[in-house]
Design a protein around this ligand. Structure first.
Ligand code: HEC
Ligand code: HEC
Ligand code: HEC
Length: 279
């Protein structure tokens, strides 16, 4: 009786050890404590909560940045790159010498648990101060400098944040990373996103029937005119070019004033309807 009991316990112990060692390597990142690693290696500058310590705020040439505000908007790949290689010329030195790859993943896992509640009122205020000279107070400006209408942009929140962080090389859309805090970036991005016009293809169908179907029985019947017509179809034109063609294309002579009377938002609805045919 006693021996049987003992060997059962021994067997269970052997099994447990075998289980542990076989699962160890596969889940090492999970068994690492990302929070503890963060607190030991990052908190001195970025703060325990990711909201930048007093020490981190005073760093030169640039202060440490708030992780909480961007945790949900910046990709793992980008975080991994910054943590591994650092940011040259700043106090953010490469961490690949102090943390191994799995430890870095565990730290990223921890950063990814941070959340942030955007402040749209601050986003609006900062947008007016920093962005409206090119994008317009309402975000709709399409100016001579090549700024885009942000109300009609197709970019998601993460890509808006990415555009603000890095800019578009070779254009007037420069990186705003050192002009804006991460809180401002998150607030402005959410504000920009809240301005978005959600085109309605059902309304576009109605508008098409009222204004266009007399000459184009369906969007599929529209032919492009001009040099490129042989090679291109409506599906090749992005919304902006299509909008221009509808508004100013040669057909306006024939379509007449009705096209001009349509608002920009009406045309977005019509385009959304046209896309159900062309894409
Ligand atoms: C000695 C201070 C210091 C320590 C320690 C430190 N950082 Fe940084 N970190 C900075 C500074 C300063 C910046 C801003 C660099 C810049 O302006 O581009 C930064 C930027 C970053 C960024 C980019 C943020 C952004 O908005 O672009 C990430 C991500 C980051 N750190 C992660 C970490 C992680 C993870 C650790 C710990 C493993 C860590 N940092 C440790 C000072 C520090
Ligand atoms: C000096 C003028 C200027 C300022 C100021 C400016 N932008 Fe831009 N922005 C541009 C230009 C020009 C482009 C088009 C770049 C291109 O051709 O890809 C652009 C493009 C963008 C895009 C990409 C839109 C798309 O659909 O591709 C976003 C998002 C954006 N800007 C957001 C902002 C925000 C937010 C601010 C303020 C923090 C800002 N911009 C400030 C000129 C500016
Ligand atoms: C009075 C007739 C008429 C009406 C109404 C009309 N169109 Fe056209 N449209 C034309 C003609 C003619 C062309 C030249 C190509 C062809 O023959 O199909 C054209 C061409 C186009 C093109 C290609 C433009 C280019 O520059 O290549 C688009 C896009 C278009 N129409 C969209 C619309 C939309 C959207 C409406 C409704 C808001 C509309 N049209 C209303 C007659 C009309």
């Amino acid at each position: 009786m006693r021996t049987i009991k003992f060997s059962n316990i021994a067997l269970a112990a052997v099994c447990a050890v075998a289980f542990l060692s076989s699962s160890m390597s596969a889940t090492a990142a999970n068994t690492l404590d990302g929070k503890a690693l963060y607190e030991a290696n990052c908190a001195v500058c970025h703060g325990k909560t990711g909201e930048v310590s007093d020490y981190g705020k005073k760093l030169k040439p640039f202060p440490a940045r708030n992780h909480r505000a961007i945790a949900q908007y910046v990709s793992r790949d980008e975080l991994r790159r910054i943590i591994t290689y650092g940011v040259k010329g700043t106090a953010m030195t490469p961490k690949k010498y102090s943390l191994d790859a799995l430890e870095i993943e565990a730290v990223i896992d921890y950063i990814k648990t941070f959340d942030y509640k955007p402040d749209l009122a601050n986003g609006k205020k900062r947008f007016k101060e920093v962005c409206s000279s090119c994008h317009g107070i309402d975000g709709r400006a399409v100016t001579g400098v090549g700024a885009k209408n942000l109300v009609y942009t197709k970019l998601g929140l993460k890509d808006i944040v990415h555009t603000m962080r890095y800019g578009r090389p070779g254009t007037l859309m420069t990186s705003k990373r050192h002009q804006l805090s991460n809180e401002d970036i998150a607030d402005i991005a959410n504000y920009v996103y809240s301005l978005r016009y959600m085109a309605n293809p059902a309304k576009g169908k109605q508008l098409f029937e009222q204004n266009c179907s007399k000459c184009h029985s369906t969007p599929a019947h529209i032919k492009l005119i001009g040099n490129a017509a042989a090679k291109r179809t409506i599906a090749d034109l992005d919304d902006r070019l299509l909008d221009l063609r509808i508004r100013h294309g040669r057909h306006v002579d024939r379509a007449g004033k009705k096209v001009e009377k349509l608002s920009s938002d009406d045309i977005q609805d019509i385009i959304a309807y046209m896309r159900t045919y062309t894409n």
